[in-house]
Write a protein that binds this ligand. Structure first.
Ligand SMILES: [Zn+2]
Length: 206
């Protein structure tokens, strides 16, 4: 290794380092491997789903000798984000990447939406007896809108409404009633199926 690398490492950790013991920069896994590792991290609030299933995992890249993982947290103020970040660092470290060369970046805009939950994610939810969020339709603006304001309205986000009906994840019946708007977590509401009589959680559309 060159003195340049040695100096840089010393600066970062604040002391002399056995440079020979560090993995070679060229061994940083490729982006597919990084994605595959990060994609295994479970979501703390919906454990059957990974952060990839939920669409929280946005991208991975390599910035010189550093693996960069970009995530968009779900519901704002979600305390699970720290756990997710720790999980990402652990999963990528398992590829042999030093934790000091892993950077997790949070991107808050555009905001996460339940529309980012993948087909796999929706299937896993239904298999766990949880009703997946319905796809969202962009609502029509109320009344006539001056042309100049359309672009502004689009970036600000028009009202969106869920498409279709909530159905029972067990029997598929559409005959369901909401028992509580807040279930085990704020992101779910509690329903009961009138056909099979079973209660179930529904992931709220966002
Ligand atoms: Zn049912």
């Amino acid at each position: 290794m060159s003195d340049r690398v040695s100096d840089r490492v010393s600066d970062r950790v604040g002391g002399p380092v056995d440079v020979a013991a560090l993995p070679d920069v060229a061994t940083l896994p490729d982006e597919e491997e990084l994605w595959a590792a990060a994609a295994t991290v479970p979501d703390p609030e919906m454990p059957p789903l990974t952060i990839a299933d939920l669409g929280i995992l946005r991208s991975v890249s390599r910035d010189a000798d550093t693996a960069v993982v970009t995530i968009t947290p779900t519901y704002s103020g979600c305390p699970a984000v720290d756990m997710i970040e720790a999980g990402v660092v652990e999963a990528v470290s398992a590829l042999g990447v030093d934790a000091g060369r892993i950077r997790v970046e949070r991107v808050l805009a555009p905001a996460w939406t339940t529309d980012w939950i993948t087909e796999d994610g929706r299937r896993k939810l239904a298999e766990s007896g949880i009703s997946p969020p319905r796809p969202l339709l962009i609502g029509e603006p109320a009344g006539e809108m001056p042309k100049g304001e359309v672009a502004v309205a689009l970036t600000a986000g028009l009202p969106r409404r869920p498409m279709g009906d909530i159905t029972c994840p067990r029997c598929g019946s559409g005959s369901v009633v909401e028992l509580s708007h807040f279930s085990s977590t704020a992101c779910k509401s509690l329903y009961r199926c009138e056909s099979c009589r079973e209660p179930f959680d529904h992931v709220k559309e966002l």
